[in-house]
Write a protein that binds this ligand. Sequence first.
Ligand SMILES: *Cc1c(COP(=O)(O)O)cnc(C)c1O
Length: 423
Amino acid sequence: MTRDITTRILHADRLGAVEHGAILKPLHIATAYGYATAEELTAVFQGQQSGHVYGRQGNPTTQALEAKISLMEDAVGTVCFATGMAAICSTMMALLKSGDHVVASRFLFGNTASWMGTLSQLGCEVTLVDATEAVNVEQALRPETRMVFVETVANPRTQVADLEGIGQLCQQRGLLYIVDSTMSTPALFQPKAVGASLVLHSLSKSICGHGNALGGSISDTGLYDWDKYPNLMPAYRKGPPTAWGLLQIRKKGLRDMGATLSAEHGHRIAAGAETLPLRMERACANARALAEWLEAQPLVSKVHYPGLTSHPQHARAKALFKDAGALLSFETVEGVDPFEVLNALDLVIKSSHLGDNRTLAIPVARTIFWEMGAEQRESMDIADSLIRVSVGIEAQQDLLDDFAQAFATLNGSRNQSGMTGTK
Ligand SMILES: *Cc1c(COP(=O)(O)O)cnc(C)c1O
């Protein structure tokens, strides 16, 4: 019998060793771990005995968080990192060699898109495709393609990748399929259901939820046959093959690159995770109400939210996800500067974060996606007026009231100057 996700998260720590009867995993802040004999220390070093040696490879607190995320994703294992970007970079650096080819969605979080550029300067080739159709991924494949990387719901334009189609394609071709599920969270979707090999999360976002810790994770669903992966080192081909990939990621990625999640941050993320499904329920309901409200505004030209029937991948989102998520974006009509909208908002915070309990909004073209230039922004369908809204858990009416007063201010100044919005 599989228990409900909240039940599983709440009782996860008690599945491990309970210390002093504590009902959740305590903070372990030691840098190093000592053993009674040299034999024992050596056995832990060589992986023959479980245990910790030095905090860069993790500690009991982050290990408990890893177990919790594995439960949430129905994964065979998880490795945590200091940030989501650290999880992405360390995983790819640990698994790729120069000359390898990566196919990635061209609708990516800005810093991930920037990282793909760095990767191509390090001797790997990256092809960016419209991942809303699996055929585009298929056409980009080459003999040296090692992995396919997509986001479930792309940040900020909310395109929903052809998750199932790409999963089938990767399975047929024996390709590693990495899914960044930060936007969906385990409360709405498990990428294992569409054949993902590795599931990535920025834990800094909804899983933590309280905006008080940074973290990232990579989980292995157990579906990929690591025996087929050409870049695995002999040292990590030990024990059951399902563990080989994460072992190389932990050693080559976490240990050697050192972007370790601290115990304190791991602890806060674990506490935040306890209420993830509850918070997502409320945030998704708020996002849906706000998206519908915005769609009716004359000064808004487009609203991007997978929960709207007008969204190109609405049917796919409905079929795959428990709910449509807490992120939406919208464009203003010509002549309405998105800064005007943002500055008229009072409750909503102008901030670059997302997946927070508080509602946050940002003009993406002039901030997160500024550095890449107009051409790449256009290829990602990011309009100059695009405003991203990460919807929080405020009372729905307070949120709608804030947008209503902001648009009333805008409409008022337009009526005075004789301007009216046209769609
Ligand atoms: C924020 C984010 C990341 C990066 O995570 P950090 O914890 O901020 O480094 C990666 N992917 C997506 C989809 C994100 O939204």
